[in-house]
Design a protein around this ligand. Structure first.
Ligand code: PEP
Length: 272
Protein backbone atom coordinates (compact mmCIF):
# COMPACT_ATOMS: atom_id res chain seq x y z
CA UNK A 1 0.00 0.00 0.00
CA UNK A 2 1.50 3.32 -1.07
CA UNK A 3 2.86 5.57 1.62
CA UNK A 4 2.22 3.17 4.47
CA UNK A 5 5.03 2.61 6.91
CA UNK A 6 5.53 0.29 9.83
CA UNK A 7 4.32 3.18 12.01
CA UNK A 8 1.11 3.56 10.04
CA UNK A 9 0.47 5.89 7.15
CA UNK A 10 -0.46 9.16 8.78
CA UNK A 11 2.86 10.25 10.23
CA UNK A 12 4.59 9.35 6.97
CA UNK A 13 2.52 12.01 5.23
CA UNK A 14 3.12 14.72 7.82
CA UNK A 15 -0.21 14.48 9.58
CA UNK A 16 0.30 13.84 13.27
CA UNK A 17 -2.16 11.08 14.17
CA UNK A 18 -4.77 11.95 16.79
CA UNK A 19 -6.31 9.48 19.21
CA UNK A 20 -9.34 11.15 20.79
CA UNK A 21 -11.44 9.83 23.65
CA UNK A 22 -15.09 10.85 23.68
CA UNK A 23 -16.25 10.23 27.24
CA UNK A 24 -19.86 11.10 26.41
CA UNK A 25 -21.86 11.60 29.66
CA UNK A 26 -19.44 9.63 31.83
CA UNK A 27 -17.02 10.56 34.65
CA UNK A 28 -17.68 13.50 36.96
CA UNK A 29 -14.99 16.12 37.58
CA UNK A 30 -13.33 14.16 40.41
CA UNK A 31 -13.24 11.01 38.31
CA UNK A 32 -11.91 13.09 35.42
CA UNK A 33 -8.96 14.30 37.48
CA UNK A 34 -8.08 10.76 38.55
CA UNK A 35 -8.48 9.47 34.97
CA UNK A 36 -6.29 12.11 33.32
CA UNK A 37 -3.60 11.67 35.97
CA UNK A 38 -3.56 7.90 35.47
CA UNK A 39 -3.56 8.24 31.69
CA UNK A 40 -0.59 10.60 31.83
CA UNK A 41 1.31 8.22 34.14
CA UNK A 42 0.49 5.19 32.01
CA UNK A 43 1.70 6.89 28.81
CA UNK A 44 4.77 8.32 30.52
CA UNK A 45 5.66 4.89 31.91
CA UNK A 46 5.38 3.48 28.40
CA UNK A 47 7.59 6.33 27.11
CA UNK A 48 4.88 7.47 24.73
CA UNK A 49 6.05 10.05 22.19
CA UNK A 50 3.28 12.66 22.34
CA UNK A 51 4.81 14.47 19.37
CA UNK A 52 4.33 11.34 17.24
CA UNK A 53 0.75 10.56 18.28
CA UNK A 54 -1.41 13.27 19.82
CA UNK A 55 -3.79 12.32 22.62
CA UNK A 56 -7.00 14.19 23.42
CA UNK A 57 -9.86 13.62 25.84
CA UNK A 58 -13.37 15.02 25.59
CA UNK A 59 -14.95 15.11 29.05
CA UNK A 60 -18.39 16.49 29.94
CA UNK A 61 -18.59 20.30 30.26
CA UNK A 62 -18.57 20.19 34.07
CA UNK A 63 -15.15 18.47 34.08
CA UNK A 64 -13.36 20.88 31.79
CA UNK A 65 -12.19 23.39 34.40
CA UNK A 66 -10.72 20.58 36.53
CA UNK A 67 -8.99 19.04 33.53
CA UNK A 68 -7.63 22.43 32.51
CA UNK A 69 -6.24 23.05 35.99
CA UNK A 70 -4.57 19.63 36.14
CA UNK A 71 -3.13 19.76 32.62
CA UNK A 72 -1.79 23.25 33.13
CA UNK A 73 -0.41 22.67 36.67
CA UNK A 74 1.33 19.40 35.76
CA UNK A 75 2.16 20.48 32.19
CA UNK A 76 0.61 17.29 30.82
CA UNK A 77 0.96 16.81 27.07
CA UNK A 78 -2.69 15.78 26.78
CA UNK A 79 -5.12 17.85 24.74
CA UNK A 80 -8.75 18.23 25.72
CA UNK A 81 -11.97 19.60 24.38
CA UNK A 82 -15.73 19.73 24.77
CA UNK A 83 -18.32 17.42 23.24
CA UNK A 84 -20.48 20.19 21.82
CA UNK A 85 -20.64 23.98 21.53
CA UNK A 86 -23.28 26.61 20.90
CA UNK A 87 -23.42 28.25 17.49
CA UNK A 88 -24.28 31.52 19.26
CA UNK A 89 -22.29 34.26 20.91
CA UNK A 90 -22.98 34.68 24.67
CA UNK A 91 -26.56 35.75 25.31
CA UNK A 92 -30.04 34.44 26.07
CA UNK A 93 -29.52 30.76 25.21
CA UNK A 94 -30.38 28.80 28.34
CA UNK A 95 -28.25 25.73 28.81
CA UNK A 96 -25.84 26.45 25.99
CA UNK A 97 -22.06 26.94 26.17
CA UNK A 98 -20.38 29.55 23.98
CA UNK A 99 -17.20 28.79 22.04
CA UNK A 100 -15.53 31.76 23.74
CA UNK A 101 -16.13 30.07 27.13
CA UNK A 102 -14.40 26.91 25.88
CA UNK A 103 -11.52 29.01 24.59
CA UNK A 104 -11.16 30.54 28.08
CA UNK A 105 -10.78 26.99 29.40
CA UNK A 106 -8.02 26.48 26.82
CA UNK A 107 -9.91 23.74 24.99
CA UNK A 108 -7.94 22.82 21.90
CA UNK A 109 -10.80 20.96 20.24
CA UNK A 110 -14.53 20.55 20.24
CA UNK A 111 -16.55 17.63 18.89
CA UNK A 112 -19.32 18.83 16.60
CA UNK A 113 -22.17 16.89 15.00
CA UNK A 114 -21.68 13.61 16.85
CA UNK A 115 -24.36 11.17 15.70
CA UNK A 116 -25.86 11.18 19.20
CA UNK A 117 -26.41 14.94 18.86
CA UNK A 118 -27.78 14.56 15.36
CA UNK A 119 -30.14 11.73 16.36
CA UNK A 120 -31.15 12.54 19.94
CA UNK A 121 -31.13 16.34 19.61
CA UNK A 122 -32.13 16.66 15.97
CA UNK A 123 -29.01 18.60 15.02
CA UNK A 124 -29.09 19.53 11.34
CA UNK A 125 -26.24 19.98 8.88
CA UNK A 126 -26.85 23.75 9.06
CA UNK A 127 -26.45 23.73 12.84
CA UNK A 128 -23.32 21.61 12.57
CA UNK A 129 -21.92 24.11 10.08
CA UNK A 130 -22.81 27.08 12.31
CA UNK A 131 -21.18 25.43 15.35
CA UNK A 132 -18.09 24.69 13.27
CA UNK A 133 -17.84 28.36 12.29
CA UNK A 134 -18.30 29.41 15.95
CA UNK A 135 -15.50 27.07 17.08
CA UNK A 136 -13.10 28.29 14.40
CA UNK A 137 -13.97 31.89 15.27
CA UNK A 138 -12.95 31.23 18.88
CA UNK A 139 -9.66 29.60 17.85
CA UNK A 140 -10.79 26.05 18.68
CA UNK A 141 -10.27 23.18 16.23
CA UNK A 142 -13.62 21.59 15.38
CA UNK A 143 -13.71 17.81 15.18
CA UNK A 144 -16.63 17.33 12.83
CA UNK A 145 -18.38 13.95 12.90
CA UNK A 146 -20.05 12.45 9.86
CA UNK A 147 -21.41 8.98 9.22
CA UNK A 148 -24.18 6.86 7.77
CA UNK A 149 -26.82 4.82 9.57
CA UNK A 150 -27.38 1.15 8.74
CA UNK A 151 -30.36 2.21 6.65
CA UNK A 152 -28.28 4.82 4.78
CA UNK A 153 -25.67 2.16 4.13
CA UNK A 154 -28.21 -0.20 2.65
CA UNK A 155 -29.91 2.49 0.56
CA UNK A 156 -27.05 4.70 -0.60
CA UNK A 157 -23.80 2.85 0.14
CA UNK A 158 -21.23 3.96 2.69
CA UNK A 159 -19.96 7.28 1.30
CA UNK A 160 -23.04 9.22 0.18
CA UNK A 161 -24.36 10.43 3.55
CA UNK A 162 -21.00 11.20 5.19
CA UNK A 163 -19.98 13.07 2.04
CA UNK A 164 -23.17 15.14 1.99
CA UNK A 165 -22.75 15.92 5.71
CA UNK A 166 -19.16 17.01 5.20
CA UNK A 167 -19.94 19.08 2.11
CA UNK A 168 -22.57 20.99 4.10
CA UNK A 169 -19.84 22.00 6.55
CA UNK A 170 -17.05 22.62 4.03
CA UNK A 171 -19.09 25.40 2.45
CA UNK A 172 -18.70 27.39 5.68
CA UNK A 173 -15.08 26.66 6.54
CA UNK A 174 -12.77 29.57 5.81
CA UNK A 175 -9.68 28.73 3.75
CA UNK A 176 -6.70 27.99 5.97
CA UNK A 177 -8.76 27.03 9.05
CA UNK A 178 -7.73 23.82 10.80
CA UNK A 179 -10.39 21.19 11.31
CA UNK A 180 -10.54 17.44 11.90
CA UNK A 181 -13.09 15.06 10.41
CA UNK A 182 -14.26 11.92 12.20
CA UNK A 183 -15.87 9.31 9.99
CA UNK A 184 -18.14 7.39 12.33
CA UNK A 185 -20.58 4.93 10.78
CA UNK A 186 -23.57 5.18 13.12
CA UNK A 187 -24.10 1.40 13.00
CA UNK A 188 -20.57 0.88 14.31
CA UNK A 189 -20.87 3.23 17.32
CA UNK A 190 -21.16 1.32 20.56
CA UNK A 191 -22.20 -1.83 18.69
CA UNK A 192 -18.96 -3.78 19.00
CA UNK A 193 -19.10 -4.14 15.21
CA UNK A 194 -16.47 -1.86 13.70
CA UNK A 195 -16.23 -1.14 9.98
CA UNK A 196 -13.46 -3.04 8.23
CA UNK A 197 -10.30 -1.00 7.70
CA UNK A 198 -10.92 -1.20 3.92
CA UNK A 199 -14.47 0.15 4.24
CA UNK A 200 -13.29 2.97 6.48
CA UNK A 201 -10.40 3.77 4.12
CA UNK A 202 -12.74 4.03 1.13
CA UNK A 203 -14.96 6.56 2.87
CA UNK A 204 -11.99 8.48 4.31
CA UNK A 205 -10.50 8.77 0.80
CA UNK A 206 -13.82 10.08 -0.53
CA UNK A 207 -13.98 12.63 2.30
CA UNK A 208 -10.42 13.75 1.57
CA UNK A 209 -11.39 14.13 -2.08
CA UNK A 210 -14.29 16.40 -1.09
CA UNK A 211 -11.94 18.56 1.01
CA UNK A 212 -9.56 18.83 -1.95
CA UNK A 213 -12.36 19.87 -4.26
CA UNK A 214 -13.69 22.55 -1.93
CA UNK A 215 -10.58 23.83 -0.16
CA UNK A 216 -7.68 22.65 -2.30
CA UNK A 217 -5.00 19.98 -2.18
CA UNK A 218 -3.02 21.52 0.67
CA UNK A 219 -6.06 21.55 2.94
CA UNK A 220 -6.89 17.97 1.95
CA UNK A 221 -3.31 16.83 2.54
CA UNK A 222 -3.11 18.52 5.92
CA UNK A 223 -6.51 17.60 7.36
CA UNK A 224 -6.71 14.69 9.75
CA UNK A 225 -9.49 12.20 9.15
CA UNK A 226 -10.26 9.87 12.04
CA UNK A 227 -12.22 6.65 12.10
CA UNK A 228 -14.68 6.06 14.95
CA UNK A 229 -16.96 3.17 15.82
CA UNK A 230 -16.09 0.30 18.19
CA UNK A 231 -12.35 1.01 18.09
CA UNK A 232 -10.34 -0.90 20.67
CA UNK A 233 -6.74 -1.93 21.25
CA UNK A 234 -7.31 -5.12 19.27
CA UNK A 235 -8.45 -3.44 16.04
CA UNK A 236 -6.77 0.01 15.97
CA UNK A 237 -3.73 -1.25 14.05
CA UNK A 238 -5.77 -2.19 10.98
CA UNK A 239 -7.24 1.32 10.78
CA UNK A 240 -3.94 3.08 11.32
CA UNK A 241 -2.37 1.20 8.41
CA UNK A 242 -4.78 2.91 6.02
CA UNK A 243 -3.35 5.84 4.06
CA UNK A 244 -6.29 8.17 4.67
CA UNK A 245 -6.97 7.36 8.32
CA UNK A 246 -5.09 9.61 10.72
CA UNK A 247 -6.37 8.46 14.08
CA UNK A 248 -9.47 7.42 15.92
CA UNK A 249 -12.39 8.83 17.86
CA UNK A 250 -12.95 6.33 20.63
CA UNK A 251 -16.08 6.12 22.80
CA UNK A 252 -16.53 3.16 25.14
CA UNK A 253 -12.90 2.04 25.08
CA UNK A 254 -11.72 5.54 26.04
CA UNK A 255 -13.16 5.08 29.54
CA UNK A 256 -10.61 2.48 30.55
CA UNK A 257 -7.16 3.98 31.17
CA UNK A 258 -5.15 0.91 30.20
CA UNK A 259 -7.31 0.13 27.16
CA UNK A 260 -7.18 3.73 25.92
CA UNK A 261 -3.47 3.92 26.56
CA UNK A 262 -2.98 0.76 24.47
CA UNK A 263 -4.94 2.35 21.62
CA UNK A 264 -2.78 5.48 21.83
CA UNK A 265 0.31 3.25 21.65
CA UNK A 266 -0.92 1.55 18.48
CA UNK A 267 2.49 2.03 16.87
CA UNK A 268 3.68 -0.80 19.07
CA UNK A 269 1.28 -3.12 17.32
CA UNK A 270 1.03 -1.70 13.79
CA UNK A 271 2.83 -3.80 11.22
CA UNK A 272 4.24 -6.28 13.69
C1 PEP B 1 -18.31 7.49 19.61
O1 PEP B 1 -19.31 7.60 20.29
O2 PEP B 1 -17.80 8.48 19.06
C2 PEP B 1 -17.75 6.16 19.44
C3 PEP B 1 -16.90 5.96 18.46
O3 PEP B 1 -18.16 5.21 20.34
P1 PEP B 1 -17.60 3.70 20.45
O4 PEP B 1 -16.10 3.75 20.35
O5 PEP B 1 -18.08 3.23 21.79
O6 PEP B 1 -18.19 2.93 19.32
Amino acid sequence: MAGVTRDGGASARGRVPLIAGNWKMNLDHLQAIAFVQKLAWSLKDARHDFGAVEVAVFPPFTDLRSVQTLVSADKLPIAYGAQDVSAHAPGAYTGEIAASFLAKLECGYVIIGHSERRTLHGETDDEVAAKTVAAIGAGIVPLVCVGETAEDLERHGASAVPLAQLEAVLESIPKGAEFVVAYEPVWAIGSGQAATPDQAQQVAAALRGAIAQRLGDDAAGGTRILYGGSVKAENIAGFMRQPDIDGALVGGASLDVEGFSAIVRYQKHVGV
